[in-house]
Design a protein around this ligand. Structure first.
Ligand SMILES: [Zn+2]
Length: 73
């Protein structure tokens, strides 16, 4: 299931934990039933994956960073 993407060149999809690509690198102590993968438009490969809770945290961090008042114009 594709969940949309962004112009940096990735789209996201959700998979069950059994379909994780790099299980040894996945940090999840919550027992999440859903893993979000970012797939590169260029390579078609899974470039990044994280569990739902970590994805929500990452989203908040990105929103905070994007909305912070900094002199990067
Ligand atoms: Zn988790």
């Amino acid at each position: 299931m594709s969940l949309g993407g962004f112009q940096s060149g990735f789209h996201a999809r959700k998979v069950p934990p059994a379909e994780v690509k790099w299980a040894s690198f996945l940090i999840c102590s919550h027992g999440c039933a859903e893993i979000i993968q970012l797939i590169s438009h260029v390579s078609g490969e899974v470039e990044f994956e994280l569990c739902r809770i970590e994805a929500e945290r990452m989203g908040r961090v990105l929103l905070e960073a994007a909305s912070s008042q900094d002199d990067c114009e």
